[in-house]
Design a protein around this ligand. Structure first.
Ligand SMILES: CCCCCCC[C@@H](O)CC(=O)SCCNC(=O)CCNC(=O)[C@H](O)C(C)(C)COP(=O)(O)OP(=O)(O)OC[C@H]1O[C@@H](n2cnc3c(N)ncnc32)[C@H](O)[C@@H]1OP(=O)(O)O
Length: 732
């Protein structure tokens, strides 16, 4: 035998409980252990008069059966008083049954404003007042059950009941939203439409069924919906004569009328009327999101271009030009080795590739940060302050796509540190189908510029504001040479690629939340553009720069089509001097996703020392800069562990004129000098004469170092693993 449902310890308020359905609910709750507040004003069906007898009688009935009950005679318009009765008598309120109601039936032409107002005040506002007074108590105790009473007149309409129908369907709307707001608080709200013996039913139902329209056939549903075991919320039931049915919305698949070259017009609606009203393949949206998504899925079936929905309502705000020159607040970004590793995983690196280990393992002797991590640092400078708070701009976040990107690296990124970024809106372009916001971000470590980024943010549907079409400030893409690619790499992204990539910082819901991406016009969340960019750039770094981050100078690309997590990326590369042109396709579909891309590489000095260019007249014009290659040193076994390659570059008028590298594979005696303590910032010391000889390529830097003519100066702490970062080049 199943366990009976009881309500011990629970306090129930039933409004309009002096007779009919309300009385039945009150008795049933009382019988099953609940403490009951029996509310009834004691007026007649039209809401006239007052009489305490009805409520008192029900209280007595409950008590006679051993139950607990008190009476309340207030109008539901004074909701606070009803709840106060429950608190005064029983100390809490758990369940509210909004049942009280009156009728003022008249055909619509005779309906007065008073008829309208009275009905709204008792049914809709009364239920609101009572429920709101109970809400915070339920919220605090994390339990609440609420019933709203609608009616078939509200669901379907009924002659002479315009006021009543409106209030009854209004209660359903109220209940739907309370169910959403209460879900996390364990407050459930459901609506019932009891089928009563009325003029409506009298004409269409057989007499034996009408006899069965008894209140005791409704209360079991109400009790179940109010029990703590019941999970149902936000639902609507018709109930009567021993039958219970659940209702939901049904929507026809509908028909998209707006197409390229086919404007919306009343004639188009007329011509498609049958299709609009055809319920074959109907859907049953239960939430706003579901409703929107099924609508968008219809739109996506239409050829609106690249899977995107035309969005004629998107705009860029009242004064886009005002935003040009806007400076975002300076942004501080701190990160550790772990974030470098997380980013490397996010752009598809794997321990399956042993040469990826230097980006995935902080203990690796050449552990490094991928150069494209610079995009994450720069993005935070914009996103942390937000694109939606810029004076003059009003951007719909669901319409933002990454259009193009340019990254220039001046120094390899440290594997941890605190960097400062400065971001500015450089220009805003009107591209017709969208607006492009160009944002420059420069990232510094102290005073040294490490990298700069140029973001082209495409706001779909926000064009046509009369702005300029192009900007002299933008870095341009470059088409690939007209020949078959020199190299092709195909690599699969995973289904979780976007979920993993976003952990590095780009939390745009477009890449994870189906309802958000649906609002952007996509069937499924799409991969971050910069994730595909990360894949492609490391394909090039591996193929043409031996995975050496110090050789990565710059990258530019346009995002032409979205990629879905799980699709494979095919990077096609063409080498032209120090520039590697590239483009990326989605292998499964063959469509181009990254176009006009290029990576510029710094000269390779490690493999070909002879490539060092002698420079004639540097004496007074040298600008020193370090290229920041890192050496790892650790503890007692310092000599063996100080391995690797380091180097620096010299620039003249902002251009690189010489780069040197030194291989420490054979030991680094100079590091043995001095007390090993303190910080690990070091500099290079070299004499004037040796310096010029080095610059002119007359001396091999490796030999100069081994001969002690080139020294590393700085302190190292024993017993700790350290990154030695070349800070400066100093002349002795
Ligand atoms: C700093 C923080 C900012 C954060 C922002 C980024 C946050 C991220 O989380 C968001 C992402 O990662 S989104 C994913 C990556 N991006 C994409 O998938 C976009 C793919 N591209 C498209 O869909 C279309 O190209 C599309 C929709 C962009 C354009 O298609 P259409 O509207 O059909 O345009 P079309 O008719 O081809 O061309 C019209 C004019 O626009 C120019 N244009 C086209 N694609 C562009 C693009 N990708 N970038 C910039 N400009 C672009 C065309 O050149 C043309 O202009 P003109 O007439 O002057 O030649």
């Amino acid at each position: 035998m199943s366990v009976p449902l009881t309500f011990d310890g629970k306090v129930v308020l039933v409004t309009g409980a002096g007779g009919g359905l309300g009385r039945e609910y009150a008795l049933a709750f009382g019988q099953r252990g609940a403490s009951v507040v029996v509310n009834d004003l004691g007026g007649n069906a039209k809401g006239e008069g007052k009489n305490s007898a009805a409520a008192d009688k029900v209280v007595e009935e409950i008590k006679a059966k051993g139950g607990k009950a008190v009476a309340n005679y207030d109008s539901v318009e004074d909701g606070e008083k009803l709840i106060q009765s429950a608190l005064d008598a029983f100390g809490r309120i758990d369940i509210v049954i909004n049942n009280a109601g009156i009728l003022r039936d008249r055909s619509f032409s005779r309906l007065s404003e008073l008829d309208w107002d009275l009905i709204q005040r008792v049914h809709l506002k009364g239920s609101f007042n009572v429920t709101r007074a109970a809400w915070n108590h339920m919220k605090e105790q994390k339990f609440g059950r609420i019933i709203m009473t609608a009616s078939a007149a509200g669901l379907y309409g009924n002659f002479g009941q315009a006021n009543y129908s409106a209030a009854k369907l209004g209660l359903l709307g109220l209940s739907n939203t309370l169910a959403i707001e209460g879900r996390k608080l364990n407050i459930h709200c459901n609506t019932i439409a009891p089928i009563a013996n009325s003029r409506l039913t009298q004409n269409i139902m057989p007499a034996d069924i009408l006899e069965n329209l008894k209140p005791e056939y409704v209360s079991p549903l109400v009790l179940w919906l109010c029990h703590e075991q019941c999970e149902e919320t936000g639902a609507l039931f018709e109930v009567g004569a021993g039958w219970i049915g659940k209702l939901r919305w049904e929507r026809s698949p509908g028909h998209v009328l707006l197409r390229k070259n086919h404007p919306m017009s009343p004639e188009a609606v007329r011509d498609q009327w049958d299709n609009i009203c055809d319920f074959k393949d109907a859907s049953h949206p239960a939430t706003v999101n579901e409703s929107l998504m099924s609508m968008l899925s219809m739109l996506n079936k239409e050829p609106a271009g690249d899977g995107l929905v035309a969005n004629p309502t998107s705009s860029l705000g009242h004064n886009p030009a005002q935003a040009v020159g806007y400076n975002f607040p300076d942004h501080t970004f701190s990160y550790t080795e772990m974030q470098c590793i997380l980013y490397a995983l996010g752009v598809g690196m794997s321990t399956k590739d042993t040469d990826h280990l230097r980006f995935l393992y902080e203990g690796h002797e050449n552990f490094a940060c991928l150069p494209t991590y610079g995009v994450i640092i720069s993005q935070a400078a914009v996103m942390d302050s937000g694109l939606t708070n810029i004076p003059g701009l009003e951007i719909n976040p669901t319409q933002i796509l990454h259009g193009e990107h340019y990254l220039k690296c001046y120094q390899p990124l440290p594997t941890s540190g605190t960097l400062i970024s400065k971001a500015t809106i450089l220009d805003i372009l009107d591209k017709g189908s969208g607006a492009v916001i160009i944002i420059n971000v420069s990232t510094y470590q102290g005073q040294r510029l490490l990298c700069s980024n140029q973001w082209s943010v495409f706001v779909v549907g926000a064009g046509g504001f009369g702005g300029k079409k192009s900007s002299p400030h933008t870095e341009n893409t470059a088409p690939p040479p007209n020949r078959a690619p020199d190299a092709v790499v195909v690599e699969s992204t995973t289904k979780e690629q976007a979920a993993l990539y976003r952990l590095s910082g780009d939390r745009n819901p477009l890449h994870i939340d189906p309802s958000f991406s649906a609002m952007g016009g996509f069937k499924d969340p799409i991969l971050h553009g910069l994730c595909s960019f990360g894949f492609a750039s490391r394909h090039i770094l591996k193929r043409y720069a031996n995975n050496d981050p110090a050789r990565f100078c710059a990258i530019k690309v346009r995002f032409v089509k979205p990629v879905l997590p799980g699709q494979s990326l095919q990077t096609e590369m063409w080498k032209e001097g120090n520039r590697v042109h590239f483009q990326c396709k989605v292998k499964e579909t063959g469509s181009l996703t990254l176009s006009g891309g290029y990576v510029d590489l710094y000269e390779d000095q490690t493999s070909d020392p002879k490539a060092l260019q002698p420079v004639a007249d540097l004496q007074s014009k040298l600008v020193f800069a370090e290229i920041g290659r890192r050496i790892q040193a650790s503890g007692a076994a310092l000599v063996e562990q100080v391995k690797g390659v380091f180097g620096w570059e010299i620039t003249q008028d902002g251009k690189t004129v010489a780069q040197w590298t030194i291989d420490l594979k054979n030991g680094a005696g100079a590091l043995h000098e001095g007390p090993y303590s303190g910080k690990a910032d070091v500099s290079i010391a070299v004499s004037d004469a040796d310096f010029m000889a080095l610059v002119q390529g007359k001396v091999n830097p490796q030999q100069a170092f081994m001969a002690g003519k080139l020294k590393i100066k700085g302190n190292i702490m024993l017993g700790q693993k350290l990154d030695i970062i070349l800070k400066d080049v100093a002349k002795l």
